[in-house]
Structure formats: structure tokens, C-alpha cells
Write a protein that binds this ligand. Structure first.
Ligand SMILES: CC(C)(COP(=O)(O)OP(=O)(O)OC[C@H]1O[C@@H](n2cnc3c(N)ncnc32)[C@H](O)[C@@H]1OP(=O)(O)O)[C@@H](O)C(=O)NCCC(=O)NCCS
Length: 215
């Protein structure tokens, strides 16, 4: 069986103790067992928070998050933020992500990755966060590349689940009222000022704080 999903009608919300995840099947045994049997315990332990994607009362996907960091050696020079005293940068980790086989290849996986980026942007405001990272199964590397993730640098070639990252945009401020802009905002939501493009180091991909833009 397969269904056609309308992405704007997908509801992504945090896993609760009463959610029934038994029907989920992404064709990967380990991930099916995770969402059916382990996710609630992991969430209760504080090891991860899991978000479920629902479409018409049907569980169509999930993504799990936890806190992490990325070492500067793993980041390509054009994505490196300014150096800090620490050898690593704060990151949100996607622990697991999967789409049910009934609706794969319709954009649900990308939506879940976008949710991760949106979550990282919120964390950046609250506690500091510069990257979204994950360990990818080899057969899903191209999927993550389609979602604007980069393969990490300096990792062993034989690594079973290569490490990938997504660099968040640097925070920008309104040119008039100096308050923080929403990511990609053309207008300031506080004073309404239209933002005119400015030549900045982030326009130059050879400069250290250039960024990867999401899909
Ligand atoms: C990998 C997975 C999450 C992708 O989810 P999905 O909902 O099918 O993916 P989407 O429809 O959002 O795909 C986004 C893009 O990636 C492409 N894509 C999807 N799966 C791909 C794959 N395995 N390899 C290469 N490209 C892939 C799509 O064609 C689409 O391309 P587009 O930019 O041209 O539109 C899903 O196939 C899945 O759950 N697989 C089993 C579990 C798994 O491997 N999870 C990842 C663990 S690291």
C-alpha cells in the first residue's frame, strides 16, 4: 500500500507516552525497532527527544534529536565559524530519521531535516548552536546531500556511518533597529525595514564564516 501525502498537512509533534508507533515500517529493521520499542524509554531518560510526523492519523515519519558538538577538524575551511577557545562547536544531532515505506520519496524526509534545522535555529538563540550533524548510513548519504548536508572532513574512509553536517547561517541584525532578524528575512519583523543586501564576509565562500543554505 502507498499513500500520497500533502506536505503542508503533515503535523510534526513530540512523541508522547500514549502514541502508538507499532505500525511504523521504513524497511530498516533497526529503525523500526527503535521507534516501536526504544524511543519512549530514550526520551524518558533524557537521551533524546523524538518527533513524530502524522498525516491523517497515520504515522509517516520520525526524527530524534540530542545535543552534541562538532570538532573543527571535521569542518571544511569554507564552513568554519570564527575560532573560539574550544576545539569544537555546538551542534544539534539528528540521532535517527526515517519515513514510512508507504510514502517515501515524497519529501517527508526532507521536511524532517528542515525541522531539525528549525530546531537548531531556536537553540542557537537560546543556548548557542552552529551546526546540525548526523551519522549517515551509506545508502542515505545522497539523501542528506539533497538536503544540503556536507560530508565531514578527516574521517576514516571505512567508517560505517559517515559523519555529515549542516552549517547554520550566521545571525544577522536589522540594519535600522539592530534587533535580530529571522533567518532569510527580507524585512525586519520589529520595525518593518526592508534589508538591503550587504557585501559581507559571508558572501565570499573563501572567507571563514560562509554558510551552507538550506534547500
Ligand atoms: C532515507 C529516508 C529517510 C528518505 O526519506 P524520504 O521521505 O523518502 O525522502 P524525500 O522524499 O524527502 O527525499 C528528498 C530528496 O532525496 C532523494 N532521496 C531520497 N532517498 C534517497 C536515497 N536513499 N538516496 C538518494 N537520494 C534519495 C529524493 O529523491 C529527493 O530528491 P529531490 O531533491 O530531487 O526531490 C527514507 O528513505 C528512509 O526512511 N529510509 C530508511 C531509513 C533510513 O535509511 N534512514 C536514514 C538513516 S541514516
Amino acid at each position: 500500500m502507498s499513500i500520497t501525502v500533502e506536505l503542508d498537512k503533515i503535523d510534526i509533534r513530540k512523541l508522547t507516552i500514549d502514541d502508538d508507533t507499532a505500525s511504523f515500517d521504513c524497511k530498516e529493521q533497526e529503525l523500526n525497532e527503535y521507534i516501536r520499542d526504544e524511543a519512549k524509554k530514550q526520551q524518558r531518560d533524557g537521551a533524546a527527544v523524538v518527533y513524530l510526523a502524522w498525516y491523517d492519523a497515520q504515522l509517516v515519519g520520525f526524527v530524534s534529536f540530542n545535543m552534541s558538538s562538532i570538532r573543527f577538524q571535521n569542518i571544511a575551511s569554507q564552513h568554519l565559524p570564527s575560532r573560539t577557545p574550544y576545539p569544537y562547536f555546538p551542534a544539534l544531532m539528528i540521532g535517527r530519521v526515517a519515513t514510512d515505506k508507504i510514502c517515501q520519496n515524497q519529501g517527508v524526509g526532507r521536511l524532517l531535516c528542515l525541522r531539525a534545522v528549525a530546531m537548531a535555529v531556536r537553540l542557537r538563540r537560546e543556548i548557542g548552536c552552529q551546526f546540525v550533524i548526523l551519522n549517515a548510513k551509506k545508502n542515505s548519504i545522497d539523501f542528506y546531500k539533497r538536503c544540503s548536508f556536507e560530508l565531514g572532513m578527516n574521517q576514516p574512509k571505512r567508517r560505517r556511518t559517515p559523519f555529515m553536517y549542516f552549517k547554520l547561517l550566521d545571525i544577522e541584525y536589522c540594519q535600522k533597529c539592530r534587533r535580530e532578524l529571522e533567518p532569510y528575512a527580507k524585512f525586519c519583523i520589529f520595525c518593518g525595514t526592508e534589508q538591503t543586501p550587504q557585501s559581507s564576509p559571508s558572501d565570499d565562500p573563501t572567507k571563514s564564516n560562509s554558510t551552507v543554505h538550506p534547500m
